[in-house]
Design a protein around this ligand. Structure first.
Ligand code: SF4
Length: 340
C-alpha cells in the first residue's frame, strides 16, 4: 500500500493519463449503477436468475463520485452510465449532475433500454447528460418480446423519441445481431435509423455468461457487405465516440452505421476502457477475470492517493485481449453484472 506517500506526488497532471503495459491509453470508464433490469434480454441474464448484488454493497453516489473524480484526474474523460438498466437506480439525475460537474469528465453518456426514458429524458438532459445509447434489437413487436422477455417495443420507442426531443443526441441504437433471431431485421433497422437520424450500431454477440454463449453468434461480415451495397455506404471520415465501433457513412455524410465486431475482427489492440460494477469491482477486461476491488478501500476511508495507486496498479493487470474464441466458456458472469 502507498498510504504514506504525499498526495501531490502521486497525481499525474490532468491528461497524462493511464497507460497499460501494452501501451494502451485508458480514457473511458463504463460505470454500472445497478445490476437490476426490467427486461430479460436473451443474450444477457437468465429469466429466473436471482443473483443480484446486495444493495448495501452498492457504491453510494458519494463513493461513485470519489472514484470517478480520481479517474478523471488520471485523464479518463469519458464516462458511460450502464447497468442492468441504469434508470432503475433511484435519483439517477442527482448522480448525473454530480458527475457532469466533475473536472475532467468531458463526455457523460448513458446506455439504456429506454423503457423509462420518456419519464426521465428532460431531467437527465438538464442534469448534464450529453447523449444516450439505446438497446433495440428489432422493430418487430414479437421479436422484441421474444428477445427482451417483455412486450416492450412501445415503451422503448416512446423513450427513444423522448430522448431525441430532449436533445440527448446523437442517439445510437445498439442492436445485437443474432443468427436465427433478428438477422432478418438488420436492413429494416438500418433504414429506420438512417431515416430518423439515429446511428445504428450492430454488435456481435459475445460469450459472456451462458446466455451470451447461447445467443446465436452471427459474424457481421455478410451484414456489412449487404448494408454497404444497399445504402451505398463508405468508410466514415469523422470520429464518432470513443468506443470500438467502426463506422460507415452515407454518401452525403448525414447517416452513419457502426459495426462492433469483438469476435470476427476484435479491437483489443486499441482497447481504451475499463468497467466498474455497482459493487465497486473494477473489471479490466470484459472477456477476462482480472479485477480490483475498490469498495473495501472506499469503506476503509482510503485517501484519493491510495485510490489512485490502486487504480494504477490495476491497470497494470489489464489483459492484452479476450479469449472468446479460444475459451468461450471462460466468463461465467452475466453481461448485466459487468455493465456491458
Ligand atoms: S475484450 Fe477486453 S481487451 Fe478486448 S476490447 Fe474488450 S475489454 Fe478490451
Amino acid at each position: 500500500m502507498v498510504r504514506d506517500l504525499p498526495e501531490q506526488r502521486l497525481f499525474a497532471p490532468h491528461g497524462a493519463g493511464l497507460q497499460d503495459q501494452y501501451g494502451r491509453r485508458v480514457d473511458y470508464l463504463r460505470l454500472s449503477v445497478t445490476d437490476r433490469c426490467d427486461l430479460r434480454c436473451s443474450y444477457c441474464r437468465p429469466h429466473d436468475s436471482l443473483a443480484y448484488a446486495e444493495p448495501r454493497n452498492w457504491l453510494t453516489f458519494a463513493e461513485i463520485g470519489r472514484v470517478v473524480g480520481v479517474f478523471a484526474r488520471l485523464g479518463v474523460a469519458r464516462v458511460r452510465l450502464t447497468g442492468g438498466e441504469p434508470l432503475l437506480r433511484r435519483n439517477l439525475p442527482d448522480l448525473v449532475s454530480m458527475l457532469a460537474a466533475l473536472p475532467g469528465v468531458d463526455d457523460l453518456s448513458l446506455s439504456t433500454n429506454a423503457t423509462r426514458l420518456a419519464r426521465f429524458a428532460p431531467t437527465l438532459k438538464r442534469a448534464g447528460l450529453a447523449r444516450i445509447n439505446v438497446s433495440l434489437d428489432s422493430l418487430d413487436r414479437e421479436c422484441v418480446r421474444k428477445v427482451s422477455g417483455r412486450d416492450s417495443l412501445d415503451a422503448i420507442m416512446d423513450g427513444i423519441m423522448a430522448g431525441k426531443a430532449a436533445g440527448l443526441t446523437p442517439i445510437k441504437l445498439n442492436m445485437v445481431a443474432m443468427r436465427g433471431v433478428n438477422e432478418h431485421e438488420i436492413e429494416r433497422m438500418a433504414a429506420f435509423s438512417l431515416e430518423n437520424g439515429f446511428i445504428l450500431r450492430l454488435i456481435e454477440a459475445m460469450p459472456v455468461g451462458d446466455m451470451g454463449r447461447d445467443a446465436g453468434y452471427l459474424s457481421l461480415d455478410a451484414a456489412r457487405a449487404k448494408l454497404v451495397e444497399r445504402f451505398a455506404l463508405e468508410p466514415c471520415t469523422a470520429t464518432l465516440g470513443g468506443g470500438p465501433a467502426v463506422y460507415w457513412q452515407t454518401a452525403d455524410g448525414r447517416g452513419q452505421i457502426g459495426f462492433i465486431t469483438p469476435i470476427s475482427r476484435h479491437f483489443c489492440a486499441t482497447c481504451n476502457r475499463v468497467r466498474l460494477s455497482v459493487e465497486g469491482t473494477l473489471y479490466l477486461c470484459l472477456g477476462q477475470e482480472q479485477r480490483c476491488e475498490l469498495r473495501p478501500l472506499l469503506r476503509d476511508k482510503a485517501s484519493d492517493a491510495e485510490l489512485e495507486a490502486a487504480i494504477r496498479a490495476a491497470i497494470e493487470l489489464k489483459p492484452q485481449r479476450h479469449d472468446f474464441l479460444a475459451a468461450p466458456e471462460k466468463i461465467m458472469r452475466f453481461m448485466s453484472q459487468t455493465g456491458g
